[in-house]
Ligand binder design. Structure first.
Ligand SMILES: [Zn+2]
Length: 443
């Protein structure tokens, strides 16, 4: 680490506030089930901002208005012998119920040196940083080290069927030649003490397996004896599955994360109760707790139509999440617990994601943070939920969550994701833009 002279000032953060506010003011609410608004105007806004500095972009629509933007940023001076780096983000946001907020969620008001509004941390902050940095480098003729693929996806908040997954299926060649990718959710700081800030880089994501359990039995009158009752069979099966204690499996990412946390905070983590030991990390502790093992939760039950009729058919739905490498174990365990009378079907399956926390890209993250924060230390972590990185299955892309943000220690950052009064400190935003700018010199 160096406390060396501040790097020469580049004009990378002067626009970032305006860009972020203007993006928030374009209401891009994704209501799910294919319903949304504003993604096309947002993509057109981004395209215009890129066009102003001479970068051409292409817009793709999976359905009318569901717009994803792709741009090849390969100015004079990039090293074309290196495979492109993908920097992807999304323009859509989750709904906001205005009555619950202290401010209009789409006004992008500035209050207490923060920008308030839906998308302020998920993820119009990073959209703005990226635009700001790219525009500044273009104006100043500073090429990134290697070719960069800029992607602004639609539909991330509803699982990406009309955004990342659609693009991966229909325009695979636009993504598949990239060897690395950065996006949400990671790069934010966790203050340990004045001279140590951890920056959590996401290197793994759990996978998802939604399951349907089907029990067949003998239909009949509710007054009769029936030892082939579909409801009874199904209830017993989901009882076993729902109360199953999944064994803890320390994935290498998780092990590295816990080791770093123990060292930094000088604590010993109780692996049987990670959430309690890590309560001082705020809401991050919940995410860490959920990445200690596979989980399967019964969520939907469907059977019967009348109290005195035994149905011949009963169904349940389960939400399963597996650690990278834990997929086979999850499905085998569910089948075994369900028993021979129950049919188990996977209805939705999304891959787990993992990348090694090593190599020149990871070094570039550490280095670029140090240029702005001499007390920065990057550490890997695993997300319990998913991002657009899930769409890049079968492509050889190392995916990282690295959207750098230095946060004031008192801000409960993860609670702001999809939360009420979502907001981002202006200083954090500017910091992020400067770090991203350094990163492009080395990445
Ligand atoms: Zn997001």
């Amino acid at each position: 680490m160096t406390e060396a002279a501040a790097p020469a000032r580049r004009d990378v953060d002067s626009e970032v506030v305006d860009l972020c506010r203007e993006l928030i003011q374009i209401d891009t609410t994704n209501y799910g089930a294919g319903e949304s608004k504003g993604e096309r105007p947002a993509a057109e806004y981004v395209a215009a901002k890129l066009d102003e500095v001479g970068i051409e972009s292409q817009l793709f629509e999976s359905e009318p208005g569901r717009t994803t933007l792709v741009a090849h940023w390969e100015p004079e001076g990039v090293d074309r012998s290196v495979a492109p780096l993908m920097i992807h983000c999304h323009t859509d946001v989750v709904p906001a119920v205005a009555d619950d907020w202290q401010v209009d969620p789409f006004a992008a008001e500035v209050r207490d040196d923060m920008i308030w509004g839906r998308g302020a941390v998920d993820m119009k902050d990073f959209d703005a940083m990226l635009l700001s940095v790219v525009r500044s480098r273009q104006r100043e003729g500073r090429a990134p080290r290697r070719p960069v693929r800029l992607v602004f996806f639609a539909d991330e908040e509803a699982g990406g069927q009309l955004g990342s997954k659609w693009l991966a299926q229909h325009h695979r060649d636009l993504l598949a030649d990239c060897s690395d990718a950065i996006s949400e959710v990671g790069g934010f700081s966790l203050t340990v003490r004045d001279d140590l800030r951890l920056y959590l880089v996401q290197t793994a994501e759990k996978g998802l397996m939604w399951l349907k359990l089907i029990a067949e039995g003998r239909a009949g009158h509710g007054s009769m004896r029936n030892d082939e009752n579909a409801v009874t069979r199904l209830a017993a099966a989901i009882g076993r599955i729902g109360s199953h204690q999944w064994p803890q499996t320390l994935h290498p990412t998780q092990r590295a994360f816990l080791d770093e946390i123990e060292k930094a905070f000088e604590i010993e983590i109780n692996h049987d109760d990670v959430e309690a030991t890590l309560s001082r990390l705020g809401t991050i502790s919940r995410m860490v707790g959920a990445t200690m093992q596979n989980t399967v939760n019964p969520t939907v039950l469907r059977a019967g139509y009348k109290t005195n009729v035994i149905p011949g058919h009963a169904e349940a739905e389960l939400d399963g999440r597996f650690l990278p490498g834990g997929e086979e174990e999850l499905i085998a365990t569910v089948r075994e617990l369900a028993g021979p009378d129950i049919t188990v079907e996977a209805t939705v399956h999304e891959r787990a994601v993992e990348a090694e926390f090593a190599g020149s890209l990871v070094e570039a993250m550490q280095w670029s943070l140090e240029q702005e924060d001499p007390h920065a230390r990057t550490i890997p972590f695993m997300m319990s939920a998913g991002t657009d990185a899930k769409a890049f299955g079968g492509m050889d892309i190392n995916c990282f969550g690295f959207a750098p943000l230095q946060l004031p220690p008192e801000l409960d950052f993860t609670a702001l994701f999809h939360g009420v009064d979502e907001r981002v400190p202006i200083e954090s935003l500017k910091f992020g833009a400067r770090v991203l700018d350094h990163f492009l010199d080395k990445a």
